[in-house]
Design a protein around this ligand. Sequence first.
Ligand code: HEM
Length: 402
Amino acid sequence: MRTDLPAAAAPVIADDPYSDANLADPYPLFDRMREAGPGVWLEKYGVPAFARFDACKDILDDHATFISGAGAGPKNLHHEPSWRPQGIMESDPPVHTAMRHAIGGVISPKGTRALRGQFQEFADELVERMLQLGGFDAATDFAQEFPLRVFGDAVGIPREGRAENLLALGAMNFSTFGPDDERSKEFFRRGAGTNDWAMANTARERLAPGSMGAQIWDYADRGEITAQQAALLVRAMLSAGLDSTILAIGNTMLCLARHPGQWAKVHANPRLARFAIDESFRFESPFQSFFRTTGRPVSFHGLDLAADTKVAVFVGAANRDPRRWGPDADEYKVERQAGGHLGFGMGIHQCVGQPISRLEMEVLFTTLAQRVKAIELTAEPVPFLHNTLRGWDSIPVRIVPA
Ligand code: HEM
């Protein structure tokens, strides 16, 4: 209803971005949202939403006006309880600053480089296994296998129970960044007990010596963070670092299978693998949308927003905005300068784990580029429908050895 409008000028969008059809193919609606105006009003949810690149980036860059402490979903955690203790993503300075310093210290360029050898070893093994199979499901046999092994080992948690708990945990956790609907409730049903499993494995004695998880606890020993914050940071790695990378690997595989000419370029020059990956973060962003809350009244891209207003930020739409990426924004091009996309967010909450995901994927896709001449889809992929994340449940492919 227009009477609910926070700003008289906001164009109303009646479509539901979280319907099955729009989640399966979000881009036509994203286009309409961007074209309707700098900010729009999502009628079904009664919230302002932003889909253009500039507005989304401006929100993420201004953490004082657009705060995270009231939650990264539509629920306002200043007024309603969170389903679990709030972690780094749902905090503002100064709480955020101390936690970010600790996790940023552990996921340093030097620490990340040290992981390359073990990532390479498993990439060789996995690509060889896929070559032996010839045909496989790139979403499950390939994308899931890699981070479950190498990222789990890097954090230092036991191998047993990872697959059963961490996939469901990530999907449940990120469903709180979108509406509390039937879909989200189903992810909560499937994720029952997984948060307890993760918390049990954040304990210092469960973590391998020298692992990233163990290094977080060193910050607690030095008094730079509390013991509770250390546990929450290890939990953040486990709940934020796995599904995201798995979906990103699957999305990249699908982009490359659907664009054989682009794969031919990567195969001819495996150094392009890292650009192909960055372009897939832009083109099929694993995180499509999340929320901020205004910390003060603000006039923003044509909308007058009262303090304590939830705003939806559609980074998946911003990453397809022709105003930023040009008229070919809807094309997948490995040689594009995709740097600066919002797939990892922006500002003080920009993904702290991105060096690890990037390294995992660079090692995996470079290995694939060296050994595989062609990637072909053998059946239609099946989309993974989730209110925040974008990816695929199944990507049946065949690969041709070089
Ligand atoms: C391709 C994989 C990944 C994607 C697409 C991704 C995406 C994102 C995005 C969009 C944000 C910003 C959220 C916001 O602004 O509210 C974020 C934050 C974060 N990510 Fe990632 N992420 C990925 C991998 C990882 C990994 C591997 C880790 C674990 C080490 C991780 C840990 C975090 C944490 C702890 C934050 C919160 C940072 C803060 O609030 O300061 N992410 N991620």
